[in-house]
Design a protein around this ligand. Structure first.
Ligand SMILES: NC(=O)c1ccc[n+]([C@@H]2O[C@H](COP(=O)([O-])OP(=O)(O)OC[C@H]3O[C@@H](n4cnc5c(N)ncnc54)[C@H](OP(=O)(O)O)[C@@H]3O)[C@@H](O)[C@H]2O)c1
Length: 380
């Protein structure tokens, strides 16, 4: 698996460790060397489970320092051969998810990186045959296309909100072009937040950015519209759905699954902000703080508001602009095929309102990621 230090990859490790069918788990992570990569993965694992010393009793995990943008994933020939001879499944979760990055960089990591991982998949397939390659895409490959986006849709959007979406679209299209050659399954999550039961997350990007600014009283308005429908899913649903659907074997080959809340569990941007301001205001009321007030401004008014700010607030308001497409465009993602595939598993997406307090609570507990403690796992 690639992306083991990320939100999705980090959460998936625990599910693969519990899976009896998994006898060995190779994790590719960036690092100066294998030891450094190991430390970084252990930090991530520790966030999701403080009982890290009990997590890998059978020494299933092998952590390799690598980089998906480099030839042979920056692995030695010996290690590359070991993978070629031993892998049965590949999960490609690594990506650069920043909205504000150059197209060149986004394409290097998200497109070229994906091609490099699929080169390995081809070698594995040519050697012993490969059982499954799971590629983690995004529902936002639909670009700025508004309305319902179906799992079977394959159109090239005329506009993308940012270089991330564009690069992920190109990668998704490339992976689809291999459907006849390799047993690939594409998973497209929407906006992912922490675990729905514990609130735990190891990264505080995406939705957490605007939430922190609101909490810190650094911003009074967000760009967007309060009635924009947002699609938010917790990481435990995403991970469990990936494992479940991968275990369906050939049934899921050559298919695309939307790991989204679906059209009936959407939440309005205004609701998200109300849940958050209510929660954080209540928490701070003991300290005598006034209720948090945050509203939305459409692009023209937001521009005026932004220009009236100075210093840190001006910088923040500029950063928040990159989130505007997600609170402005009504992009909804049908998940009928996913729900069909998950029938009988007990898994289904929940409405953000059902678990958001856990998410907000963890932001405070972890002080927005600054308070996360780490211990290393022995061996591995
Ligand atoms: N988070 C979301 O809301 C969301 C929504 C939809 C889809 N997705 C997709 O889900 C997948 C996982 O995202 P995530 O949320 O887990 O992202 P994340 O938390 O930012 O993690 C990204 C992972 O990719 C790794 N990575 C980046 N560049 C790399 C490189 N050159 N070589 C090797 N590894 C590299 C990162 O390693 P470092 O620790 O070294 O940076 C990290 O482990 C991505 O494909 C993303 O597009 C995410």
């Amino acid at each position: 698996m690639t992306g083991a230090t990320g939100l999705v990859g980090g959460n998936l490790i625990h599910h693969f460790l519990e899976d009896k069918n998994v006898s060995r788990l190779y994790l590719l992570a960036r690092g100066k060397n294998d030891e450094d990569a190991k430390q970084r993965v252990h930090k991530t694992m520790n966030v999701f489970s403080p009982q890290i010393d009990k997590l890998d009793p059978h020494n299933k995990i092998r952590i390799l320092a690598g980089d998906i943008t480099r030839n042979n994933l920056a692995l030695s020939n010996e290690t590359y051969d070991e993978l070629t001879n031993n892998l049965t499944h590949i999960v490609h979760s690594a990506a650069n998810v920043k909205f504000q990055q150059s197209l060149e960089n986004a394409m290097l990591v998200n497109f070229q990186g994906t091609k490099n991982v699929f080169e390995l998949a081809r070698s594995v397939n040519a050697t012993n045959g490969i059982s499954k390659i799971a590629y983690i895409s995004t529902a936002y490959t639909c670009g700025e296309h508004e309305g319902v986006f179906y799992e079977d849709d394959s159109f090239r959007p005329s506009m993308f909100a940012n270089s991330y979406e564009r690069s992920k679209y190109e990668s998704d299209a490339y992976v689809q072009s291999l459907f006849n050659e390799l047993p690939v399954t594409i998973f497209r999550p929407s906006i992912i937040v922490g675990d729905s039961e514990s609130g735990i997350t190891n990264v505080f990007n995406g939705l957490y950015g605007p939430l922190e600014m609101i909490f810190m009283r650094l911003i009074r308005f967000l760009p967007g519209r309060k009635n924009t429908k947002m699609d938010i899913v917790p990481v435990d649903y995403v991970s469990k759905a990936i494992v479940n659907i991968m275990n369906l074997g050939k049934f899921s080959d050559g298919k695309i699954f939307h790991l989204t809340s679906g059209t009936d569990k959407l939440v309005e941007a205004g609701e998200v902000i109300k849940y958050a301001t209510d929660f954080y205001s209540l928490m701070m009321s003991n300290a005598g703080s006034q209720k948090l007030q945050t509203g939305f401004l459409d692009s023209e008014k937001y521009l005026k508001y932004k220009n009236s700010l100075s210093g840190a607030k001006a910088t923040i308001s500029k950063t928040l602009e990159s989130f505007a497409p997600y609170t402005t465009l009504n992009r909804t993602f049908d998940n009928t095929k996913t729900l069909d595939a998950l029938r009988g598993s007990g898994l289904s997406p929940s409405h953000f309102g059902e678990y958001c307090k856990k998410i907000f609570n963890y932001t405070i507990e972890a002080n927005w990621g600054r308070k996360i403690k780490f211990t290393a796992l022995a061996g591995g």
